[in-house]
Design a protein around this ligand. Structure first.
Ligand SMILES: Cc1ncc(C[n+]2csc(CCOP(=O)(O)OP(=O)(O)O)c2C)c(N)n1
Ligand SMILES: [Mg+2]
Length: 598
């Protein structure tokens, strides 16, 4: 029986024991910045990107003393992009900080990516000293208002002693529901303040270090309805979105699909819901597809999982065609019925929902016609592969995008991560890249589709999975936006490969101008001819220019073997705007009023 006198809680005795053990007093004077740093540490902080200013200096100093991984980024937007990619790959909370004013506003694009894509991020933002605010303090702005629509929650710390509680709150908000970014605003006087705190009271709730922190099962009645529909379906199809990866549900989805022979089509963000090599993979659906849009039209029951059914996924709201029976599983209730009416609404976590459906269908075998339907995927995909061969193996000079993806399909190991920038890269990659392993292996920034994500995205992905090869495809325009981060990647020794698709143009825009206004009618869509391999070399990185298809494989192999900092492949591709659109010959495409071809 425990001796309560000896073992019961007693602050006085504990204090005596600590003193005997040589530990410091129960309370330590520390700055608000140190409390913040210690709280991040308690939450198992991964890499933090930031660019300092006066206001957060005590935080920076505490990061130094505590040995946190904090790195200077050259543009706060890229810090948010890197944090987003880190979160997307690891499921852990991405961390970024910025000084007040321009630092805060520079974060916005990256934060909206995280908001729309469901990435857990805590962004620490400095602010003015409250004794002087609103007296034309330097760099002062209505930053909370600017940040508010870009994040799930703005939390402003008004009392230094509340820092531990509010950091815990920031992590909880970032990792629950649909995960997302939280702005934690720390005024200068809070960060520079000193406060007496017991360092051991600076604890985290382990639950909120990763997303999804909490999982909700959909309503039992709705599950039974969905199970009945799926059990009777002869031609069911799963539509997988990025939510599958946010929920870390790829394995559950693959098991479910295999068990009930249900083919799986995916959005760009949902690639990897099942391996692209799976006999059940129907590939990309929506704006571009291999075979999936046709199968959606023929399906009798659709199960959308973690998928918002937005513009690109639905080919501007024409896929699926009207009248389909849709079961919609999503963690955000208001996504259900937003763009397509759901016959059954499954409000809950993707993984928990799939497991629950699995249970509800236990003992039920699919109708006999199901296997003919799932066999169709294999037959149609084989025919598609045959039709795509010319593109994937193209000998065209300059090198075609199809050939690039063909080489990546051949050479990338199964665990590789391919980051795709916001322009063509995501469409080409989404359509043609064959990810051989289920899980998050294709990383486009489809939350906001900003160009410039490729390089910082690759950096964040590499930090999340140092053992996996990471390559990014970016346009030259996107790369121009962020190339200062080559310096960051080099300083950090990040062995990432950046493939710059060099068409000396804002190619997507030029291709659309070509299509809509005719040959030669280009406005502000040309870029100066630039050799990005030389740029990389001048910045102390490896750079290789590729101008012919046969030079591509050796360059990619060299890049894969590289372990020393960034490696840039400057890939010269067509300058003909008629040839730039993925899977569409601009000369044959008809532009319908109100629609867009790409
Ligand atoms: C921040 C931002 N500005 C503008 C756009 C619109 N946009 C989409 S693709 C594209 C062209 C980008 O050029 P580049 O990065 O060279 O890629 P390319 O299309 O030439 O392959 C532009 C401007 C965008 N997506 N993001
Ligand atoms: Mg370009």
């Amino acid at each position: 029986m425990p001796d309560t006198l000896t073992h019961g809680p007693s602050p006085i005795r504990e204090r005596g024991e600590r003193l005997r053990e040589g530990k410091a007093e129960m309370t330590n004077e520390m700055t608000g910045g140190e409390v913040l740093a210690r709280m991040l540490q308690a939450h198992g902080a991964g890499p933090i990107f930031g660019m300092g200013g006066f206001q957060l200096l005590p935080f920076y100093d505490a990061c130094r003393r505590l040995g946190l991984s904090h790195s200077l980024i050259n543009d706060e937007r890229c810090g948010a992009f890197a944090a987003d990619a880190y979160a997307k790959v690891s499921g852990r909370v991405g961390l970024v900080d910025a000084t007040l004013g321009p630092g805060a506003t520079n974060l916005v694009t990256g934060l909206v990516e995280a908001l729309n894509a469901g990435s857990p991020i805590v962004a620490i933002v400095g602010d003015t000293h409250r004794a002087h605010s609103w007296k034309n303090m330097t760099q002062e702005a209505h930053q909370a208002e600017i940040l508010r629509p870009a994040v799930k929650e703005v939390i402003r710390v008004e009392v230094t002693a509340r820092l531990p509680e509010l950091v815990r709150r920031a992590f909880a908000v970032a990792t629950t529901g649909r995960p997302g970014p939280v702005a934690l605003i720390v005024p200068e006087d809070v960060c520079h303040d000193t406060i007496a705190l017991d360092p051991e009271s600076l604890t985290a709730n382990a639950r909120y270090q990763m997303a999804p922190a909490l999982r909700a099962r959909p309503d039992a009645h709705a599950l039974a309805e969905a199970a009945a529909l799926l059990a009777g379906a002869e031609r069911p199809l799963i539509l997988a979105g990025g939510g599958v990866h946010i929920s870390r549900a790829a394995q559950a989805l693959q098991t479910f699909a295999e068990r009930f022979q249900i083919p799986v089509a995916h959005t760009m963000s949902g690639k990897g819901a099942v391996a692209c090599s799976s006999p059940l993979s129907a590939g990309l659906f929506g704006r571009y597809d291999r075979i999936a849009n046709g199968m959606i039209a023929e399906a009798d029951v659709l199960l959308a999982v973690g998928c918002k059914l937005g513009e690109i996924a639905t080919k501007r709201y024409t896929v699926p065609p009207p009248g389909k029976t849709l079961i919609h599983l999503d963690i955000v209730a208001e996504e259900i019925d937003r763009t397509y009416p759901a016959a059954v609404a499954l409000w809950g976590d993707a993984k928990a929902g799939l497991n629950a459906l699995n249970d509800a269908l236990a003992g039920k075998s699919p109708p006999a016609a199901r296997s003919a339907w799932s066999d169709e995927v294999v037959t149609r995909m084989a025919a598609w592969r045959e039709s795509a061969r010319e593109r994937l193996e193209s000998e065209e000079v300059p090198v075609s995008m199809g050939r690039l993806i063909g080489e990546l399909n051949r050479l990338l190991p199964g665990d590789a991560i391919l980051v795709a920038d916001g322009g063509f890269a995501a469409h080409w990659g989404g359509l043609l890249f064959d990810q051989r392993q289920a899980g998050r292996g294709f990383l486009p920034d489809r939350g906001f589709a900003s160009i410039g994500y490729g390089l910082p995205g690759a950096m964040g992905a590499k930090l999340a999975a140092p053992e996996r090869p990471v390559m990014a495809i970016t346009g030259d325009g996107g790369f121009n936006m962020v190339l200062g981060e080559l310096e960051t990647a080099r300083r950090m020794g990040l062995a990432v490969t950046i493939i710059v698709v060099n068409n000396a143009a804002s190619g997507y825009v030029k291709a659309l101008q070509h299509l809509m206004y005719g040959e030669g009618a280009y406005q502000s869509s040309d870029l100066a001819e630039t050799n990005y391999a030389r740029v990389a070399e001048a910045m102390g990185c490896r750079g290789v220019r590729v101008e012919t298809p046969d030079a591509l494989a050796p360059a990619l192999k060299e890049a894969l073997a590289n372990k020393d900092g960034p490696f840039v492949i400057d890939l010269v591709v067509t300058r003909d705007p008629a040839k730039m659109l993925p899977a569409a010959d601009s000369r044959a495409v008809q532009v319908k009023k109100g629609d867009r071809v790409a």
